[in-house]
Design a protein. Structure first.
Length: 228
């Protein structure tokens, strides 16, 4: 878009509007510029939709209901407060997130988008209690050492802030950035347990008080080694 603007107009940024405000490059301004001046429109790349089983809604409802009733029974039988129920999950975070939509000339048949094939990423494992308390994040990078380039350098932008927020930076010790048995064990020992133990004291509950950690069906979490 920058290359298409033949004559830059820096004075536009100093222009004062009738209401006293200054120019702001808002989303609406950008949309109007792309449509009216450059005659571009939003285009979408296409792909085949994923096919789902005909009874997928029925199966999901049955599984969700079974999980809900099982958890409700455990909470009732062990008198587990909301603060001792923690849910955690894992999500892939791509360094340069692509998009299916882009701006291009109107009427063109072939529309290429950038970033859809980006593979470089890390895994973010957030945890939150049912009482609304956010626990420390765990971030898993691919690599086989506990220093750069596997982990961000201490001098990199945002590193000090991340450490101050208690974010735990871990290495998978392999070529994948997905959570492993080792990183899951560190999540429990470095984040989950250090939250549960003082919380029990705060609630004046015994150390033997049961707690709940909700996890998904990731293969590592289903393994016998982790469950023990």
């Amino acid at each position: 878009m920058v290359a298409a603007i033949q004559e830059p107009q820096p004075q536009l940024f100093q222009r004062v509007m009738p209401d006293g405000s200054e120019f702001r490059c808002s989303e609406s301004f950008v949309r109007k510029f792309l449509r009216n001046k450059m005659e571009w429109s939003q285009r979408a790349s296409t792909r085949a939709a994923q096919k789902l089983p005909a009874n997928h809604e029925k199966v999901l409802r049955a599984r969700v209901l079974a999980a809900f009733l099982r958890e409700a029974m455990i909470i009732r039988d062990h008198a587990i407060p909301a603060a001792l129920c923690v849910n955690m999950d894992q999500t892939q975070v791509i360094y340069q997130q692509g998009t299916k939509r882009t701006w291009n000339e109107k009427g063109v048949k072939q529309v290429a988008t950038t970033g859809q094939e980006e593979k470089r990423a890390f895994t973010l494992a957030p945890s939150i209690s049912r009482s609304g308390e956010l626990l420390f994040f765990q971030v898993v990078f691919d690599g086989k050492t506990n220093v750069s380039p596997s982990l961000p350098r201490p001098g990199s932008r945002g590193y000090a802030e991340a450490k101050a927020l208690g974010i735990k930076l871990e290495v998978s010790m392999n070529e994948s950035y997905w959570c492993t048995h080792q990183t899951m064990m560190k999540l429990v020992s470095d984040i989950i347990a250090p939250y549960f133990d003082p919380k029990k004291l705060e609630l004046e509950l015994p150390s033997t008080q049961c707690s709940i950690l909700n996890i998904d069906r990731w293969s590592v979490q289903r393994s016998e080694a982790f469950r023990k």
